[in-house]
Each structure stands twice: as C-alpha cells, then as structure tokens.
Design a protein around this ligand. Sequence first.
Ligand code: V0V
Length: 142
Amino acid sequence: LVTAIDHVGIAVPDLDEAIAFQRDTFGLEVAHSEENEEQGVREAMLRAPGDTTGATQIQLIAPLRDDSTIAKFLDKNGPGLQQLAYRVTDVEAAMAALRAKGLRLLYEKPRRGTADSRINFVHPKDAGGVLVELVEPAANAH
Ligand code: V0V
C-alpha cells in the first residue's frame, strides 16, 4: 500500500521561528512552503541540504486561524509531532483498502495537500494513536 514515508509533521506556533530553529540547529533547508486555506495552515517542507532524492521530509505546520485543527492541537498538546504521512500511488485505492479493513478516513473524498498532492487522513483512534496521512503526490512531483 505504502511506497514511502513522505513526511513527518510537527505542529508549531510560529512557522518562521520553527524554520530558523531547524536551519540553525540541524541545517535543514526549506524545499517548499505554502498556505493551505482549506486546512487552515501555513506550512513548510524541510529537507537535508540539496537532497533531491525524495527522501522523507519534515513538515512544519502552523495555524492560520484560531479554529484550525493545528490551533486545537497546540492548545491541547503544545508543539510537537502531529502526523505521519505515508506516500501512496493511488489515494482512492488506499482509502478503499483501509475502509475495507474497518478504518475510518476523515474525508469522504481526497482533498488538496501540499504542492497539489491529494490527501486524506486515517483517524488516530484507528491507527494506534497516530494521525496517519495518505499522500498521493501530484503527477509532476519527485
Ligand atoms: C487528535 N488526536 C490525536 C491527534 N489529534 N491523536 C494523535 N495525533 C493527532 N494529531 C486524538 C485526541 O488526543 C483525542 O483523543 C481524539 O483524537 C480527538 O481529538 P480532539 O482533540 O477532540 O480533536 P478533533 O477530534 O476535533 O480533531 C482530531 C482530528 C483533526 C484528527 C479529526 O485534527 C483533523 O481533522 N486532522 C486532519 C487535518 C489536519 O491535521 N490538518 C493539518 C495538517 P482522546 O483525548 O479523546 O483520547 S494539513 C496537511 O498535513 C497538509 C496540507 C499536507 O500534508 O499536505
């Protein structure tokens, strides 16, 4: 089902501060950043310098508004690991396979994720307490 670990997401209160921390402390660089209005987030994908292999990235996720899922997460837990994203080649097929196993998907249909990927999430209560994201990258990605 899964072809790679696409990214690991960290909830942060301030995106620019978190980018600077990862850069100055670990030497990671920003590969991509955007605002996703529907998800209510500002986010940045980080990688090791110059890495173009499509290796697992770190996604820093900050809330755009008070009612964002990330704002709620930060209120409840503070900053920290928020999600684990698995890459798949066909998100609808992955959703169907997981539904057939009785897992709850958060969305009826895939929604738009980073860089025009198509995404859905498995409810954390059905995945060992981990919010698992399914990511089908856009056709022109990687
Ligand atoms: C909540 N829970 C979590 C969790 N969030 N467990 C593990 N990891 C998380 N991130 C647990 C929580 O502790 C509660 O357990 C229970 O689930 C219900 O949580 P809640 O605080 O009442 O929150 P809800 O139910 O209002 O919302 C939780 C869900 C929500 C997962 C449904 O966060 C959601 O819709 N997430 C998907 C969208 C998202 O995360 N977007 C931001 C990233 P107890 O206390 O009852 O035991 S956007 C993104 O990743 C993009 C654009 C991308 O990658 O491309």
